[in-house]
Design a protein around this ligand. Structure first.
Ligand code: NAD
Length: 491
């Protein structure tokens, strides 16, 4: 078949990309996408890797072999079809493994309405959600500390926040976007989410041509759900991003239509946002649009924006012509196509322009990642001063805080008991009689000004000797004189 390809513009030598055909509908949609890319003249050299269900069931709980990991390292790019993660059996999420092993710190999910060809209540919605991808509660650091209490550690770092926030602004700049919005819950998590917000404020100043705003995530989510048109680029910590990127994709009616990119310093992974759809696997009816959308972003990332534009225009024209797969087939459609027929229709339209679905121009190349890794002006390290220690005790849930304070006072430790909280709420020296207590007591010990590590260690040792069950301790530090710890609720 002879089609107008981007090969009219000379392409660089073929770029090796790792390609995973995945499970369920994966192989069908991957074949469709690779055929379109080849016909469009993409200068790529696909190197297949096997990941997913078969690998999991062979006993490799990560879902990927060492050879495949080596190939990923060598290519630096993965186009990935969805996989099936078997239920139970200690199988690890392959996506989380790849994200962590290759430092994919930004998850980019464009959510753009394709109305009237894909029905949505928000026909002009065009939002890009950029989610921090490595930190927050996704470190998987969880503990059961007492019979009653479990804990998950939320880690937010300045360096991690800087990377993703800078990437969001660089993305906005490269894609001609006007506004970057940050969502956090820093009215409650003043230190962790507060840091993300503070970094956002600092970095926003470096991009004066781009508007910026911050919203508390609850009201932000409500506005996103009711008025997504007001948003442009949204950057947010991992957990909020995980939830709200799905909400945004659903709002524009296109969970089955959208792709996403996972971006790292030396590696990027592109995939559809939907799963392996085992219910329709093998029927030849799957919609390849989500994976194709991801492949278009990949082409831009590897420096082939002309081919990317060619493919995207042909895809949009196919949708405009009412040629739809079964999942989006409706009164707005003309013909219901199989996966293969849909791919051939896109190929036939290579060189055509859409007339209704005008997509924003694609950036000339990859969003500069290096810039995202280098703080513009590295600040001097703050002075760190130890002020005390929070000691967490597994102690009688039915006990009363006055009694605990008396028992602690009798131990004879070098530091002074300042406060006791239970699930974060102060129960001593001031207390509400209505606070429900559990078997998890935080006892704050401080000195007069700076205290030594030896005093902290002696405090812990003496408490242990006196028979207290010390389950954890947390150092209390000030940085340049600002306390780096929260107060008890009610303190
Ligand atoms: P799913 O996205 O696979 O399917 C949800 C519904 O959408 C199904 O009715 C399916 O038929 C339909 N659908 C999805 N993609 C479609 C497409 N391209 N064309 C037409 N219809 C499509 O979600 P699920 O059923 O919850 O998950 C199935 C499997 O996929 C699970 O094993 C899950 O773990 C896995 N999964 C993988 C990824 C990934 O690899 N990135 C992501 C999500 C889910």
């Amino acid at each position: 078949m002879s089609t107008p390809s981007a090969s009219t513009t000379p392409q660089a030598t073929a770029v090796a990309i790792a390609v995973a055909h995945g499970d369920g509908i994966g192989p069908e949609i991957m074949e469709a996408v690779l055929t379109i890319l080849t016909e469009a003249g993409a200068a790529i050299e696909p190197r297949p890797i096997e990941i997913g269900e078969r690998i999991y069931r062979s006993g490799i709980t990560s879902g990927i072999t060492d050879e495949s990991l080596e190939l990923l390292s060598a290519t630096g790019v993965l186009l990935k079809a969805p996989i099936t993660t078997p239920q139970g059996g200690g199988y690890k999420s392959l996506n989380v493994t790849i994200r962590k092993m290759f430092g994919l710190y930004a998850n980019v999910r464009p959510c753009r309405s394709l109305a009237p060809f894909v029905p949505t209540l928000h026909p002009t919605m065009d939002v890009v959600v950029i989610r921090e991808n490595e930190e927050d509660v996704y470190g998987g650091i969880e503990h059961r500390q007492t019979r009653d209490v479990t804990q998950c550690l939320k880690l937010i770092t300045r360096s991690g926040s800087e990377r993703v926030v800078r990437y969001a602004f660089e993305y906005a700049r490269a894609n001609g976007r006007r506004l970057v919005t940050c969502f956090t819950k820093d009215n409650i998590m003043k230190i962790t989410d507060g840091l993300f917000h503070e970094v956002f404020r600092e970095i926003a100043r470096e991009y004066p041509e781009i508007e910026n705003e911050h919203l508390i995530v609850d009201i932000g989510a409500a506005k996103l759900a009711t008025n997504p048109e007001r948003f442009d680029v949204i950057v947010l910590p991992n957990l909020y991003g995980d939830i709200l990127s799905d909400v945004a994709a659903e709002l524009c009616g296109s969970v089955g239509m959208a792709g996403s990119a996972n971006i790292g310093e030396r590696f990027a992974m592109f995939e559809a946002i939907h799963g392996s759809a085992p219910d329709i696997a093998g029927t030849g009816t799957a919609n390849p649009s989500g994976l194709l959308d991801a492949a278009v972003t990949m082409l831009t990332q590897i420096g082939q924006p002309n081919v990317a534009a060619l493919v995207r225009n042909a895809w949009l024209k196919t949708l405009e012509d009412g040629l739809h797969t079964r999942d989006i087939f409706g009164p707005q459609s003309k013909r219901c196509l199989s996966t293969r027929e849909f791919a051939l229709s896109v190929i036939e339209r290579l060189g055509s322009e859409p007339s209704v679905l005008h997509a924003p121009p694609l950036p000339a190349g990859a969003v500069p990642v290096r810039t995202c890794l280098e703080p513009q002006a590295p600040a001097a390290l703050p002075v760190k001063t130890r002020l005390g220690v929070d000691v967490f005790l597994d102690w009688n849930a039915a006990g009363d805080a006055e009694q605990l304070a008396r028992e602690l006072g009798a131990v004879g430790v070098p530091l002074t008991l300042e406060m006791i909280t239970n699930r974060g709420t102060q129960v001593w020296s001031r207390a509400s009689t209505l606070t429900r207590c559990v078997d998890h007591w935080r006892c704050r010990f401080v000195g007069k000004g700076e205290v030594s590590g030896a005093d902290v260690m002696r405090t812990l040792t003496e408490l242990d000797r006196a028979g207290f069950d010390v389950i954890k301790s947390e150092g209390l530090y000030a940085f340049d004189g600002t306390p780096g710890f929260s107060r008890g609720q009610g303190q």
